[in-house]
Design a binder for this molecule. Sequence first.
Ligand SMILES: [Zn+2]
Length: 250
Amino acid sequence: MTERTTQSNDTLKRVLAIMAHPDDADLTCAGTLAKWIKAGRQVHYVVCTCGDKGTKDPHMTPHRLTAIREEEQLAAARKLGIEAVIFLRHKDGELEATKEFRAEIAMLIRHYKPDIVITHDPWQPYQLHPDHRAVGITVCDAIVAARDHLFLPAQTAIGLEAFEPAEARRILRKLEFHFTPKHGSWLNIAEIELSVLKRQCLAGRIADIETMRAEVHTWNTDRNNRKTEVDWQFRTKDARIKLKRLYPKL
Ligand SMILES: [Zn+2]
């Protein structure tokens, strides 16, 4: 995420995370979303496909897999405090950047009026998955279609109007690509948690593996019971130093 959206105490309240598959947002930007939700932002997920090909189980059927993945996505969203998950239920692996798909996404953008839109980077080098490319491109095109009043007259006719120029410009400035190699910043949640574990629980020598397991379990239970939260210290200016190669000189 870039500097303008990692700033706290701002007025960017509504976030729309538009992803190809159930799990994409959770795997790539859930830490950032958790941080934003804690700061009072409201996040909606749009999941474009059923995720009905994401398995190696030869006995799994697409129908059953769809149900499992939606259930998992909803459970993950509940944990994070996502406002709602909108499932578009296109076929996994078959998404294309069509005008119909663009209109569908533009309709959601006009409806939710997000301050920030997060999606896949369609220009990421060697972006393999066709759905990620299709969603990334379509979201960019849909922002244009949502912005300009001569696009999508049927939506305008039922009250989903294009944005005023200032509002349109504001939304365009808040399009963010997750997992992008350019101007990226990273929130390494696992590293943070492991570092706390190391300092609080594993600082001294432990005699055997069983004792270590028991101590980690106790530490973990206590931490969960106390609902311990992370005090985020890693600001954008730190990222610019630590991840210098991702921030070209302007
Ligand atoms: Zn995906």
